[in-house]
Design a protein around this ligand. Structure first.
Ligand code: NAP
Ligand code: ZN
Length: 350
């Protein structure tokens, strides 16, 4: 199928319109017209080559919602017209212990990311959601609950699951004290989800500028990470801290904020950090952990959780030709929401 998207042609290039082909339907494939696609900081990292060389031209995007326009002969879960979603993965081996345990993100044979990786059957490079259409195998397609507004759902597919999984894994429940470092796409979903789980949530931000946004999302307020006095006064104040900072930073100001047995979960930065001071870890049995997206079953679960709790991400709608501006904002980290591309702004005939 002919389609159109926005692609990076190299690591120093802007995103430009790109005509390409989606594969013919396999028996277990679902063909989707993409309606909305979220813009994740990981898209920017990937396009910039922060995580190594990429197979350009590359169409990013892994927060995808749309409607089914065709199904393969073996597809049983979906029919034409259904509202569906695709997240950060489009395939995995489906046989290893991690896949059987519904944690395909840790597939022993390597999961296939939604963009920039070879298709398991043909070796053709996968292309993501900044496009009009996508074809994905049924097992990696999720159902969008009816009560969710399609225009405000896409960010659940990455920002939502990436914060929901560690909140659950590290035991956040009614009365938990949760800190969220960085109020951007992931951070704002972490606040909404933790509040819905019954936690008391504080945003840790570089300044007080996002205080009103933090409160609107349900947080009690903002703790400014440069304010030494306020940071000192918050020692032992959190059970779980979710760290979404996308660049190299120092963890040492944050670990003493954990209570005994508390966990700081890194979901943002990948790479070397400042030298960690181990005393707070040893003296309080505190932990530093990491977390990568979440499995398909749990991604469906977070979609259902959002429907049940009436949680919608804060989406700032943009046209496809505004994606470079959106990247510039992510680079600065000056937004407390997610940019979402309205795919009706793109035409295959353009
Ligand atoms: P984002 O919307 O750009 O938000 C990041 C926030 O971090 C900013 O809003 C800012 O909040 C804070 N920040 C601190 N220092 C910054 C700096 N020097 N430059 C920019 N922002 C800074 O990004 P996102 O989409 O939430 O993604 C956050 C990170 O998570 C990225 O590194 C992304 O690749 C990663 N990620 C990981 C996974 C996973 O599975 N582990 C999944 C998706 C994304 P304040 O203004 O409040 O300080
Ligand atoms: Zn993402």
């Amino acid at each position: 199928m002919k389609t159109i998207g926005y692609a990076a042609k190299s690591s120093d290039a802007h995103m430009v319109p790109y005509h390409f082909e989606r594969r013919n339907l396999r028996d277990n494939d679902v063909s989707i017209e993409i309606l909305y696609s979220g813009v994740c900081h990981s898209d920017l990292h990937t396009v910039n080559g922060d995580w190594g060389d990429q197979p350009y031209p590359l169409v990013p995007g892994h927060e995808i919602v749309g409607k089914v326009i065709d199904v393969g002969s073996d597809v049983s879960k979906y029919k034409v017209g259904d509202h569906v979603a695709v997240g950060c993965m489009v395939d995995s081996c489906q046989t290893c212990d991690q896949c059987e345990n519904h944690e395909e993100q840790f597939c022993r044979n390597g999961m296939t990311p939604t963009y920039g990786a070879p298709d398991r059957q043909t070796g053709e490079i996968t292309q993501g959601g900044y496009s009009k259409h996508i074809v994905a195998r049924e097992e990696f397609v999720m159902r969008v609950p009816e009560s969710l507004d399609m225009a405000r759902t896409a960010p659940i597919l990455c920002a939502g699951i990436t914060t929901y999984t560690p909140l659950k894994k590290f035991g956040v429940k009614q009365g938990s004290r949760v800190g969220v470092i960085g109020l951007g796409g992931l951070g704002h979903m972490a606040v909404k989800l933790a509040v819905a789980m019954g936690a008391e949530v504080t945003v840790l931000s570089r300044s007080a500028k996002k205080e009103q946004e933090a409160k609107n999302l349900g947080a009690t307020g903002v703790l400014v990470s440069d304010d030494k006095e306020a940071m000192d006064a918050s020692a032992n104040a959190f059970d779980v801290i979710i760290d979404t900072v996308p660049v190299k930073h120092d963890l040492n100001p944050y670990t003493p904020l954990l209570d005994i047995d508390g966990t700081l979960v890194i979901v943002g930065q990948i790479g070397p950090m400042e030298e960690p001071i181990t005393a707070p870890l040893v003296l309080g049995r505190r932990r530093v952990a990491g977390s990568l997206i979440g499995g398909i079953k749990e991604t469906q679960e977070v979609l259902d959780f959002c429907a049940e709790h009436d949680i919608h991400p804060e989406c700032k709608m943009i046209n496809a030709d505004e994606v470079n501006d959106a990247f510039a904002h992510l680079e600065k980290g000056d937004v407390a929401h997610r940019f979402v591309i309205d795919m009706s702004s793109l035409s295959v005939d353009a």
